[in-house]
Design a protein around this ligand. Structure first.
Ligand code: AMP
Length: 499
C-alpha cells in the first residue's frame, strides 16, 4: 500500500472542511483548517531548524499542539516520539538518546532538569502561521520509513523503543476506518481516553482525522475527577468512545453512565487488556443500542490488528473468556505457533503470531531483539485460534498489564537495583481473584548499609519511572529466597506474601 496516498488524502480532506472541529482537550480546540495550517508551518520549520532524519520528541499530554506536531512530523517525513509530561525527566532524556532524536518540542514546559546540549523548543510558537512559509506538500517517504516510535517498558531495564513504519500506520488506518460501527461522519465526535504515548490513542486520532470527525481527548483533570469526566462525556455528544476495559469498568461502576448521559453513543472500542465477560455484559445491558468491540494487538503491530463484536461473542460462546478478534476481518494474518515456530492446529494453544503490513520490523538498537520466525512476529501472548476467532489467554513471559499499561517487572527491578543500598530486588504482581494485576509488589534485599526508608525508595524511584510503574507495596527482606539454580524464587515470594 502506498502510504503517501493515505497522507495526501488526509491532507486533502482537512483542507476541504477547514471549519469543522478537529480536536479538543481541556477546554482548548483546533479546527481542521488550524490543524493543517499549523502542521504545515511546523513541518517546514523542522526542516529548517533540524535538517536530516532525526526523530522529533513531542513532549506534553493532550494539548492541541501535540496532534499538530504528529501531523507535522508525518508531513515532513520525520518520525515522532510522543513522551508524556508525567514521565520523569530522566526517562525522557533516556528516550531522547535512545531514539537518536534531533529535538524535543514541548507543549507547555520542557522537562527539568534537562541537559543543555539536547535541543528543545516550545511547540506552539513554532506552528504560528505567518513567519515561515508552510510546507506545500508531504515529503515523499518510503513505506518502510518510521512513522512514530513508542517507548514501552523494557525487560532489559531500559524503556523499549518500538519504531512503527508508515506502512503499518497506513494499514491500521485502512483497517480501523473500515469497522462499520466506528466510522465517523464529518462533525461526529469520538472521545479518547488514552494519552499519545499509549498507541490506543491512534484509534481515536485516526477515526477522527480520517472521517473529518471531532476528537475529544479526555484531559488529565477530567480523568482524575468523576464529576468532571461525566460532565465531559455528556457534553461531548460522542458517537464513539475509545478506551481500555479498565476505564469502561470504572465508568460502569456509576449508574449515571447510561444512554441518558451519552444518548448518541453507538460504539465503544476497547483494547489493550482483557475485557472481562461481566463488564461486556453490563455494558451491553446498560447500552442495548450500542456496539462493544473487544480489540487486540501489540504496539509492535500498530495498535490493534483484530476485533470482535462482544455481543456476538457473548451469544456464540456461552461461558469462558471472550475472544479478542475475528481472523477473517483482521488487519494482518494471525496464527498460533508452537515452540519451534510450527503452525498449530485449530484450538491448539500456543503463541499468538502476526504477519503482514501492520507488523513492525524490529526494535531500536539496544532495545532487544524482536522474535520473528518464518515471517511471523511472535507476540509473547499465549492463545489459540478456533472457529475463525482468536483468543488471547495470557503471557508466555513476565510482561504485565496494569490498567492497560504494559509493564516489564525487569525494568522496575533494574530501577530498584540502582538505588543505594539495594543488593537484590524482585517485583511481582499482586492479582485480584479474576487474575488482573491489582498492584506491583517490590521485594528488596539490603546491601551492608542501612535500609533506605520506604518514602525515600519511592521518591528516588519516581525520578526514574512513570507513576504507573511504581510498586504499591515494598517489602525489605533479610534475604530474597533462591531456587536450586540460584535464581530468585518468585513462587515462594508469591506464596508467602501475595496469597
Ligand atoms: P500494548 O503494546 O501496550 O498495546 O500491549 C499489548 C498487549 O496487551 C498484548 O500483547 C496483550 O498481551 C495485551 N492485550 C491487548 N489487547 C488485549 C485483549 N483484547 N485481551 C487480552 N489482552 C490484550
Amino acid at each position: 500500500m502506498n502510504n503517501r496516498i493515505c497522507l495526501n488524502d488526509l491532507v486533502e480532506r482537512c483542507a476541504q472542511s477547514p471549519h469543522l472541529p478537529a480536536y479538543e482537550s481541556g477546554g482548548w480546540g483546533l479546527s481542521y483548517g488550524q490543524l493543517l495550517t499549523r502542521a504545515r508551518v511546523l513541518a517546514a520549520a523542522l526542516g529548517q531548524l533540524w535538517p536530516g532524519e532525526g526523530p522529533i520528541l513531542l513532549y506534553g499530554h493532550k494539548q492541541p499542539a501535540l496532534p499538530v506536531g504528529m501531523l507535522a512530523c508525518l508531513l515532513a517525513g520525520r518520525a515522532y516520539v510522543p513522551c508524556d509530561e508525567g514521565w520523569p525527566a530522566a526517562r525522557v532524556e533516556t528516550v531522547f538518546r535512545q531514539a537518536g532524536a534531533a529535538a524535543l518540542l514541548f507543549a507547555d514546559e520542557a522537562p527539568a532538569p534537562w541537559p543543555e546540549e539536547l535541543p528543545t523548543a516550545p511547540l506552539w510558537p513554532m506552528c504560528e502561521p505567518g513567519i515561515i512559509e508552510p510546507l506545500a506538500a508531504p515529503r515523499p517517504c518510503s513505506p518502510e520509513q518510521t512513522a512514530y516510535i513508542l517507548f514501552s517498558s523494557g525487560s532489559t531495564g531500559r524503556p523499549k523503543g518500538i519504531p512503527v513504519p508508515r506502512r503499518a500506520l497506513a494499514n491500521f488506518a485502512r483497517w480501523i476506518t473500515a469497522r462499520p460501527a466506528l466510522t465517523l461522519a464529518p462533525g461526529e465526535t469520538v472521545v479518547g481516553q488514552a494519552g499519545f504515548s499509549f498507541d490506543l490513542s491512534l484509534t481515536d486520532l485516526t477515526l477522527a482525522f480520517c472521517g473529518q470527525g471531532r476528537l475529544v481527548s479526555l484531559s488529565r483533570e477530567e480523568l482524575a475527577d468523576p464529576a468532571l469526566l461525566f460532565r465531559q462525556l455528556s457534553a461531548s455528544g460522542a458517537a464513539v468512545l475509545v478506551c481500555t476495559p479498565t476505564f469502561l469498568e470504572l465508568c460502569l461502576c456509576d449508574k449515571n453512565f447510561s444512554p441518558a448521559l451519552m444518548p448518541k453513543l453507538r460504539a465503544v472500542f476497547c483494547c489493550g487488556e482483557v475485557l472481562p465477560r461481566p463488564a461486556a455484559e453490563k455494558f451491553l445491558s446498560r447500552f442495548p443500542g450500542a456496539a462493544l468491540l473487544n480489540a487486540y494487538g501489540p504496539t509492535e503491530a500498530a495498535c490493534a490488528v483484530c476485533a470482535v463484536n462482544a455481543a456476538d461473542a457473548l451469544a456464540t460462546f456461552a461461558d469462558g473468556p471472550l475472544p479478542v478478534g475475528l481472523v477473517e476481518q483482521a488487519a494482518v494474518e494471525i496464527a498460533a505457533l508452537g515452540p519451534k515456530g510450527e503452525l498449530l492446529a485449530e484450538g491448539e494453544p500456543g503463541e499468538l503470531a502476526l504477519r503482514g503490513e501492520s507488523v513492525f520490523s524490529g526494535y531500536l538498537p539496544g532495545s532487544g531483539d524482536a522474535r520473528f520466525s518464518g515471517g511471523w512476529y511472535r507476540t509473547g501472548d499465549s492463545g489459540f485460534v478456533k472457529g475463525g476467532h482468536v483468543w488471547c489467554t495470557g503471557r508466555l513471559d513476565d510482561q504485565l498489564k496494569y490498567c492497560g499499561w504494559r509493564i516489564e517487572p525487569g525494568e522496575v527491578e533494574a530501577a530498584l537495583h540502582a538505588l543505594p543500598g539495594v543488593e537484590r530486588a524482585a517485583v511481582l504482581p499482586q492479582r485480584s481473584p479474576d487474575g488482573r494485576v491489582r498492584r506491583l509488589c517490590a521485594f528488596l534485599q539490603a546491601a551492608q548499609s542501612a535500609r533506605l526508608p520506604e518514602e525515600e525508595v519511592r521518591r528516588l524511584l519516581a525520578q526514574r519511572l512513570p507513576a504507573y510503574m511504581l510498586p504499591g507495596r515494598l517489602f525489605w527482606l533479610d534475604e530474597l529466597p533462591v531456587t536450586e539454580n540460584g535464581k530468585c524464587d518468585r513462587a515462594q515470594l508469591a506464596r508467602e506474601f501475595l496469597l
